[in-house]
Unconditional design. Structure first.
Length: 115
């Protein structure tokens, strides 16, 4: 019973550690650790594909890699990054960062009167 409990807890710990991964820059080990249903062989195929064909432009482009289907991509979409920007939930628009204008510094008036 203790072994089963430890196994279940370790599975929860693993999923808590997994984070979004940039499939255009990550190595195969990192990709396989981060994405569900992607083992080391498929992750190596992702790296090989992007080396030969170029960077992925959309997450759906991963379906061009042999052995990766639409269901796998859909299951992992929230964890697939294509650049180093943070992930944005589908259907939302990223808010631009506010631009802060520098405050104007008032000119100091020079007194031309002799002291």
């Amino acid at each position: 019973m203790k072994k089963l409990l430890l196994l279940v807890l370790s599975l929860f710990a693993f999923s808590a550690i997994a984070a979004p991964v940039n499939v255009n820059t990550a190595d195969a080990k990192t990709i396989s650790d981060a994405l569900s249903g992607i083992g080391l062989k498929k992750a190596e195929a992702i790296v090989k594909y992007r080396t030969e064909k170029g960077l992925f432009k959309t997450a759906d482009d991963l379906t061009n890699v042999k052995g990766i289907g639409k269901k796998t991509v859909e299951k992992n979409k929230k964890d697939i990054l294509l650049d180093d920007a943070s992930a944005v939930e589908p259907g939302t628009v990223a808010e631009p960062k506010a631009v802060v204008e520098p405050k104007a510094v008032p000119e100091t008036k020079k007194d031309n009167k002799p002291k």
